[in-house]
Design a protein around this ligand. Structure first.
Ligand code: ZN
Ligand code: ZN
Length: 285
């Protein structure tokens, strides 16, 4: 059993002071994630009780591993995703050598039987590519690919998949649009990729889907639902992250605000407002 450091902070002010930034989740429509999956959510207390995967002296670094090739614009998305993950998980991000898709066995690849999309089997990547190669200090080890992913029989595709305990995850940019088609397409592809990368890494840190508020950690079943989600976590999920990382919340939020401003994402305003609320002396309503 690990000994908790005496400076352990549980960040109650994150939920208290950001209350006004918590946006209610709309009722799910047919086909949405919560219409098809019964989920109870996860409070901050439940998160602590789950003994989550946590950044500590041993688990310090996020690793990325490309699977297959990326064109120039996709590579630019990859590089910005690396930068964003470093800010979001307040950790160094190291890129491991790419795995050629020719290294994957035939049973881990298919053409979708109706659509013809070339797909890679996501559980194979998690269990057979990442897990045996996971560095000892990996807080999270994530594979990124430009190929589509499918998780096995009965599924058409997934945007990404992660293990809530084994510190591995995989995500695809295949369904994120064509970033070479202009600045708008690039921004959309980047936004979707950051969303899935941060969401899956949140799962790696044992964060469950959020059912409390509009949040990065909401499940999404389809593209329109994913595009409607914010890049920012809700105050409850932000509190989980801050506790996990024991970060300086104000400085952390300002770094994310700066990144979102540089890339033209509306969430810059949310991160800035959250930083202001946490940095105020709390005497104002
Ligand atoms: Zn998820
Ligand atoms: Zn949340």
């Amino acid at each position: 059993m690990k000994h908790e450091p005496p400076t352990e902070h549980t960040y109650p002010e994150v939920e208290d002071r950001l209350r006004t930034l918590a946006e209610p989740l709309e009722a799910p429509r047919p086909g949405d994630w919560l219409a098809e999956h019964r989920e109870k959510g996860q409070t901050f207390r439940q998160y602590l009780a789950a003994n989550p995967v946590r950044r500590d002296r041993e688990l310090t670094t996020v690793y990325l591993r490309p699977i297959g090739t990326f064109d120039t614009a996709q590579q630019a998305v990859f590089d910005l995703t690396r930068e964003y993950l470093g800010l979001f998980f307040d950790a160094p991000v190291v890129v491991r050598p790419a795995v050629p898709t020719s290294d994957l066995p035939a049973h881990a690849k298919r053409k979708h039987p109706e659509w013809g999309d070339r797909q890679l089997l996501s559980p194979y990547i998690l269990d057979r590519v990442l897990l045996p190669d996971r560095p000892d200090d990996a807080l999270a080890y994530l594979a990124l690919t430009a190929r589509d992913l499918w998780p096995g029989d009965g599924w058409n595709f997934v945007f990404g998949e992660a293990d809530l305990r084994a510190r591995v995850g995989v995500l695809s940019i295949y369904r994120n649009g064509h970033p070479a088609r202009g600045p708008g397409a690039f921004r959309l592809c980047l936004r979707r990729t950051l969303m899935t990368a941060a969401h899956e890494t949140g799962h790696v840190l044992t964060m469950h889907h959020c059912t409390a508020f509009r949040c990065l950690m909401n499940g999404s079943n389809h593209q329109a639902e994913r595009d409607s989600r914010p890049l920012n976590p809700c105050p409850v999920c932000l509190r989980k992250l801050m506790w996990n990382l024991q970060a300086d919340a104000g400085a952390y939020l300002r770094r994310l605000a700066a990144f979102c401003t540089a890339q033209g994402f509306d969430e810059a305003a949310w991160f800035t407002r959250a930083a202001e609320l946490l940095e105020s002396d709390g005497s104002h309503p």
